[in-house]
Write a protein that binds this ligand. Structure first.
Ligand code: F3S
Length: 65
């Protein structure tokens, strides 16, 4: 199981992760991203999530087993 996490202290709310993988990220009321599919990702279905992680300008998204 993979755990997705957004560090709200780092996130600047650019929204890139939401536009790349909108089923796994959303912007909350504070304008920060939140992971919405935590623990739900199959390893081979993660291309979009991995792209979002790599695209975040402040590296606010982490993934762990
Ligand atoms: Fe925030 Fe990075 Fe997404 S800055 S909105 S976590 S792409």
């Amino acid at each position: 199981m993979l755990k997705l996490k957004v560090d709200s202290g780092k996130c600047i709310g650019c929204g890139l992760c939401v536009s790349i993988a909108g089923d796994c990220f959303k912007l909350n009321d504070n304008g920060k991203a939140e992971a919405t599919c935590e623990g739900d990702q199959k390893k081979d279905g993660n291309a979009k999530v991995m792209e979002a992680i790599e695209s975040c300008p402040v590296q606010a998204i982490t993934i762990s087993k």
